[in-house]
Write a protein that binds this ligand. Sequence first.
Ligand code: SF4
Ligand code: SF4
Length: 344
Amino acid sequence: MTNRYILKKDHLPSLLRRLMKEYRLVAPVKNEHGDTMFSVIDSIDRTSLDLDSQPQGSIKPFLFPQQEVLFDYQCDNTAHYEFNPNSSAEATVFFGIRSCDLSAVLYMDVIFSKKNRDSSYFQKRNETVLIALACNEPFNNCFCNATKSGPFLEYGFDLQFTDLEDRYLVESGRAKGEEIIARFLPFFTPAGEKDAKGQYQAFLEARSHFKQQVHVDQVIKRLKSGPIADEIWAELSLRCQDCGGCAYVCPTCTCFTITDLEITPSSGKRIRSWDACTFAGFTRMAGGHNPVDSRSQAIKQRFLHKLLYDAQDHGRPSCVGCGRCVGICFGGVDIIRFIAMACD
Ligand code: SF4
Ligand code: SF4
């Protein structure tokens, strides 16, 4: 059972200003080029907070950076190695995360704790407070209704804000959310029946405004029933230019590669960088052999992983319906197109 409060919209800047005294604040910001990105905010007054557009990227890079040093190492002349893990993590409030992106964080929590708990990820994750913003109006390519990850969340958030015109309905879903409410109590008043009804109305309207009809349950059933035609993979592979854009913008893509960077003959760094299963070199082995040696196999791996393997392993697909891969792919190899082709 979540607790519900009201925050007047006029009071939001003051609340964020107060939060910034205790946390690093990350929120969607419109930059000088007109792009909305999740950014670290230094000053609320000098920042163009944008809660109306979908940020181009998710908060994935803050928890799982595109490139990060896992540890550095030194070796003495007796060949004894010393490893110094990179253990930096800052207490951070993420404000204005859409339901899809918050669902993606829940997915990353599972992936990074699967076998060996990933300390680099969880150092950052344990220091986060997640404040969601329910989607009153889905964006053009969104289909989180079909992936059951929005437009409003029932769990997983520390706080969830719903825009009710002059005020936000604020739900606390976890202890960290309750702590924020308790610490900044003067900003909040208890929500009433009218507010709960307003939120339900906003939810119903949002549900009716999706522009994409995407049959996620149907495609999962179809993929479980057996292989799909090779021609589909072949057509998609002809369109793909191996740019990696789809994996980089995807909030649930978590493939990475590891490299060691020698600084001196006796010291260096181990670096983790994003990788993508569509990249030609993703499965190439030392010596040059590649067990997944064709573009169509790589595309197949991407879509089967998201829609079949994760549905089998975790009971739900790892696509959260954010629609970003639809906008980014100049070849039109997006998950909506694939689902339509597979269900045809
Ligand atoms: S599917 Fe599209 S976005 Fe992804 S790598 Fe291929 S061309 Fe790039
Ligand atoms: S596959 Fe596409 S729509 Fe699904 S979560 Fe990734 S970027 Fe979003």
